[in-house]
Design a protein. Structure first.
Length: 421
């Protein structure tokens, strides 16, 4: 049996494991990586080589630095300053402010962390508004905007980071903020949506009582101000390093971690615990699988088959780009966006190589398409976090579907301009 056939069988088994969702995604990714090596599709060392990949190291280190903003209270202080006086403003204005802030900050931290932070802020504003502001009308924008804003940077969400690792390994030159222009336009459009049509729809359809949100108990420990300021300075310097390209992104983020650890601003033990190891394992595993598909020739076989469905070598790259984006978006309505990327991105890479098309022209729509899957609460943990708002499945469909359409249109219009085929 040829290596390409074996690789395709491994891919099909992996896809089935992902869709059935009975086995943790990290275990599925490890299976794919080991299977590619044990069966001889790729050298044995490839099964674990990507755990030391610079993209995986960068993601792990940037998680620690970003989580340091939460551990030292920096993000909490920023939200308190920005939103402490908003409770007496009109509810529509508060919803718009919440939407814009959540979408923008997500790209510089992580979507799950910012969603968890904004839930108690929403509760506080609702309590202090004397009934003028409803927490449920703030929580829906938090859940959706923390997902939509995630492509602003490669560290905005686990799904974005994992997909970015595969694209970089395939040879694409994708910068930390490569997708930021599209993300910013989507954030602006989504904020306007929640300030207008979306707000009216929430008032009309959220016909249930405002939730009582449980607040985490305060341990009474006051965080020294220097820790808060230092974590913020380190984060800003890290981002500046990403932008200027003074060093590799892994080096910039590792330096930030060392400063926080040497200074004692964050606990080494707590910061390591805050790392999402599941994400890092998935990144390394699916990147190894993608490499196996490429080196065995399986990717080319799959690409030729799919391209044949669109008319062969005469297929329109623009049509395929739209199809890939829609497939990623659709899959993410029923599974995690990280899992959807693990399935679709390797195929997008193979198709781009087969048609000699810019990798980013095919891959970016998949990455963003999975990030704007807000029509159901299944794609991202951020929507699960805000479920305490009392939302029903149909509430996400009613609010999320028009917003998804808006974001998809923006994406399909901007991708050919920023990442021409």
């Amino acid at each position: 049996m040829s290596h390409s056939t074996i690789a395709i069988i491994i891919l099909i088994i992996t896809m089935m494991m992902v869709m059935i969702d009975k086995i943790p995604l990290a275990a599925t990714a490890m299976f794919a990586a080991l299977a590619m090596s044990v069966t001889g599709v790729q050298p044995l060392n490839k099964a674990f080589e990507y755990f030391g990949n610079s993209t995986v190291v960068f993601c792990g280190a940037s998680m620690i630095v970003c989580n340091g903003l939460f551990q030292t209270g920096a993000i909490q202080k920023i939200t308190n300053v920005l939103f402490s006086k908003l409770s007496q403003r009109s509810e529509r204005a508060v919803v718009a402010a919440f939407s814009a802030f959540t979408g923008l900050v997500t790209g510089f931290t992580t979507n799950t962390a910012i969603a968890a932070t904004m839930v108690p802020v929403a509760r506080s504003i609702a309590q202090n508004s004397n009934g003028k502001v409803k927490a449920k009308n703030l929580l829906m924008p938090v859940g959706t905007m923390s997902t939509i804003g995630s492509p602003l940077s490669l560290s905005g969400a686990a799904a974005v980071a994992a997909a970015g690792a595969m694209v970089i390994e395939a040879g694409a030159d994708i910068s930390f903020f490569a997708m930021a222009p599209i993300a910013i336009v989507m954030i602006i459009a989504s904020t306007l949506y929640f300030a207008t049509i979306g707000f009216n729809m929430m008032v009309k359809y959220f016909d249930f009582d405002d939730p009582v949100i449980e607040m985490a108990a305060d341990d009474g420990k006051e965080i020294p101000k220097w820790k808060t300021y230092l974590s913020l300075i380190v984060f800003l310097l890290m981002v500046a390093g990403f932008i200027t390209g003074v060093w590799n992104v892994a080096i910039c983020s590792l330096l930030g971690v060392l400063i926080l650890w040497f200074s004692g601003a964050v606990s080494v033990k707590e910061s390591i615990k805050s790392c999402d190891w599941n994400v890092l394992i998935v990144m390394a595993g699916v990147t190894s699988m993608a490499d196996g598909l490429n080196t065995s020739g399986a990717g080319e076989v799959i690409a030729d088959f799919v391209i044949g469905l669109f008319g062969g070598q005469s297929a329109s790259p623009f049509t395929i780009m739209i199809a890939l984006g829609l497939i990623g978006w659709l899959l993410s309505q029923f599974m995690s966006n990280t899992a959807a990327n693990a399935i679709v991105v390797p195929i997008a890479i193979s198709m781009a190589l087969a048609l000699n098309v810019n990798l980013l022209f095919f891959c970016v729509p998949v990455i963003i398409g999975t990030a704007i899957a807000v029509t159901t609460p299944l794609a991202s943990p951020t929507t699960v976090i805000v479920m305490q708002g009392g939302f029903r499945f149909k509430d996400f469909v009613k609010i999320g579907l028009p917003l998804s359409v808006i974001c998809l249109i923006i994406m399909f219009l901007m991708v050919p301009i920023l990442f021409p085929a």
